[in-house]
Design a protein around this ligand. Sequence first.
Ligand SMILES: [Zn+2]
Ligand SMILES: [Zn+2]
Ligand SMILES: [Zn+2]
Length: 151
Amino acid sequence: MTSDFEAQLRAVSLRVTRPRLAVLAALRDHPHVDTDTMIALVRADLPTVSHQAVYDVLRALTDAGLIRRIQPAGATARYESRVADNHHHVVCRSCGAIADVDCAVGHSPCLTASNDHGFVVDEAEVVYWGTCPDCATERSPQWSASSEGNK
Ligand SMILES: [Zn+2]
Ligand SMILES: [Zn+2]
Ligand SMILES: [Zn+2]
């Protein structure tokens, strides 16, 4: 496993360091974590790593394309190691839970804009907003009553 991560780092000419390996391992097991969670996960393995070191690793890996930074409106930035497939996310308005939504397996139809205005498009940012199953279960009893009260 670790050697996979080493190979990934070498493939983009990044030096193999323990914090970089720890971040990649954490993202494999915990997709869509925010920076604070990432720091806690890395420190569980490497207690002496500083916040700044984790920030630096996240930036280096994002710049190299090994990880992807996503930031749904109004939410803190999250990171994931599933990159380059232009998949989208469904986000719960209530608790912030995030799940992956495939663009289309093997394709990225959203990248073919109906009119690209001459731009070279490399990412289509699509966020589906809604209520996750847990929150929907919690809320359903008062759903009809509360929906009337909103502006
Ligand atoms: Zn939720
Ligand atoms: Zn994702
Ligand atoms: Zn799509």
